[in-house]
Design a protein around this ligand. Structure first.
Ligand SMILES: Nc1ncnc2c1ncn2[C@@H]1O[C@H](COP(=O)(O)OP(=O)(O)O)[C@@H](O)[C@H]1O
Ligand SMILES: [Mg+2]
Length: 225
């Protein structure tokens, strides 16, 4: 069953947020999800410890570079989706997790400086494809974009990625209070209090479109395989 790995050496790119949004949305659609928190800071384990974690999401934080492959494989037998959130630094943990990925999502914010690191992350995955003679689909995800404007820089960065043969997801995760709030309050977008958090429906729509595109990419890969 598909394993989706969120990876990029850039800290603060939106890996943990995007991983959580995907897990919560797949769970909302009825699928069981294992969320493997491979970041030593354990942001997702802390989220899971707050009230409101869906019953069909299990957060696993007890993972080391020695156990990551086994943890992913065991989880993949138990739940239809496995999502892995990695730490920002290059590590053996990262290499091992990526080696088991059906899709690697590389989140990036829309500046040229960030894009350079995103390209490095994609190249790393491609290097692994060669090293291990396997196919590892990879896609760039723009995060913290503005819902209101479509800056020129963003479209030009996107076309540059595409020019280099790098897949860019058409859904972007906008900068939303609701996405940050998940880590403060726990739970899901549906369980946030509209009195405390603005614009929850727009955030829900965005998260749902994101999960929809991930599922579509996975289906497309599976059909091509
Ligand atoms: N789409 C988003 N909307 C609002 N805030 C976001 C979004 N993505 C990330 N953030 C915020 O940016 C910071 C870094 O995000 P995080 O997901 O922890 O990145 P990473 O896991 O790559 O280090 C956090 O404070 C998080 O709340
Ligand atoms: Mg993180």
């Amino acid at each position: 069953m598909p394993t989706i790995v969120f990876a990029t050496p850039k800290g603060g790119a939106g890996k943990s947020t995007s991983a959580l949004l995907l897990a919560a949305e797949l769970a909302r659609r009825g699928a069981a999800v294992t969320l493997i928190d491979a970041d030593p800071n354990r942001p997702l384990v802390r989220w899971g410890g707050r009230p409101g974690c869906p019953e069909n999401v299990s957060v696993v934080g007890d993972v080391t570079e020695r156990t990551i492959i086994n943890t992913i494989e065991t989880a993949a037998q138990r739940t239809p989706f496995v999502i892995v959130d990695l730490e920002g630094t290059a590590s053996r943990m990262q290499v091992y997790a990526i080696s088991r990925a059906d899709l690697v999502v590389v989140p990036t914010q829309g500046s040229v400086l960030d894009a350079v690191e995103a390209v490095a992350a994609v190249r790393e995955v491609q290097q692994q494809e060669v090293a291990f003679r396997i196919k590892i689909p990879v896609a760039i995800l723009f995060t913290r974009t503005s819902a209101a404007l479509q800056p020129r820089t963003l479209s030009s960065i996107a076309s540059e990625f595409e020019g280099q043969g790098i897949r860019v997801m058409s859904v972007r995760l906008h900068d939303r209070d609701a996405f940050r709030a998940l880590f403060s309050f726990g739970g899901t977008l549906a369980s946030l209090d509209p009195k405390q958090v603005r614009n929850i429906p727009a955030a829900q729509e965005n998260a749902s479109a994101f999960a929809g595109e991930v599922v579509a990419i996975l289906k497309q890969q599976a059909a091509a395989a």
